[in-house]
Design a protein around this ligand. Structure first.
Ligand SMILES: NC(=O)c1ccc[n+]([C@@H]2O[C@H](COP(=O)([O-])OP(=O)(O)OC[C@H]3O[C@@H](n4cnc5c(N)ncnc54)[C@H](OP(=O)(O)O)[C@@H]3O)[C@@H](O)[C@H]2O)c1
Length: 247
């Protein structure tokens, strides 16, 4: 059993929801995000409900790349090792390329891809010497194909993260270290509050229970919810560009 679980982006949305779900399943938690006050509130809530669960928290901006590995090491020391790291921190800011929003597009690219890489480096620096561990990346169905407008850079970062995860998985094939890529569809959180068309959306608690169920199976790759997103990804991959332009 993966007893000690680190989750980044745990102050809100899916990270927070997965923390509550793992706590209900008796796992100790190492939680990071930029908003320490939210992590303190979450720790209080978890310990109130599950007094036996240990919760370590740290403020961490995943784009402060040099801080990522030291924070992961501190959290590992505090809990007595890490068995699973969930690379979850992410954002969805952005606009069509060439419309003066480089700042927002770059922030999305840095957080979702370079920040994710920094987290994978830090996790595997702990897992490789131990020859054990489960690395989980939270990618997205959006990474299946290039996407227009506000999703252009977001989709590119998620395609990059999916490929990065597959590369690490192949690299670690003959070791006991597992790498899982999770591809959520629409799960209700802040990230999609402004999105007008959100087909097949599920509420946060349902989505997070399904995410944790999928993570516990330790697959190479999983769509969450599996139905209808595995089929939707196939359709998106083969859809005409004129159809995607309307999304
Ligand atoms: N919800 C969906 O439908 C959906 C679908 C597909 C994929 N995803 C992916 O799921 C992950 C979580 O998204 P969400 O829906 O839970 O969004 P959310 O509610 O907006 O939460 C995002 C989390 O990421 C953290 N974060 C953002 N930038 C950060 C940074 N620079 N350093 C550290 N933490 C940072 C935020 O914490 P602070 O602000 O406190 O730092 C927050 O805890 C993302 O990778 C997202 O792309 C979500």
């Amino acid at each position: 059993m993966r007893r000690n679980v680190l989750i980044t982006g745990a102050s809100a949305g899916l990270g927070r929801g997965m923390a509550l779900e793992f706590a209900a399943r008796g796992r100790n938690l190492a939680l990071c995000a930029r908003r320490l006050d939210e992590l303190e509130k979450l720790r209080g809530e978890i310990v109130g409900r599950h007094p036996d669960v240990r919760v370590a928290i740290r403020a961490l901006d995943v784009t402060d790349y040099a801080r990522v590995a030291p924070v992961f090491r501190e959290l590992a020391d505090e809990l007595g090792g890490l068995d699973r790291v969930i690379v979850n921190a992410g954002l969805g800011k952005g606009a069509s390329v060439g419309t003066g929003k480089f700042h927002a597009n770059r922030q999305t690219a840095e957080t979702n891809f370079v920040g994710a890489l920094a987290q994978c480096e830090a996790a595997l620096e702990l897992f490789r010497p131990a020859n054990a561990g489960h690395l989980v990346t939270i990618s997205s169905v959006a990474g299946t194909r290039g996407m227009p407008r506000a999703q252009t850079v977001y989709a590119a970062t998620k395609a990059g993260l999916t490929a990065l995860s597959e590369g690490m998985r192949i690299d670690l094939l003959r070791t006991p270290i597992r790498v899982s890529t999770i591809l959520p569809g629409y799960i209700e959180t802040e990230i999609n509050r402004g999105v007008k068309w959100k087909p097949f959306m599920v509420d946060t608690a349902t989505g997070c229970r399904l995410l944790v169920d999928a993570i516990e199976r330790e697959p190479a790759q999983a769509y969450v919810p599996a139905w209808p997103w595995r089929l939707a990804a196939f359709v998106i991959r083969h859809a005409p560009r004129a159809w995607l332009a309307k999304l």
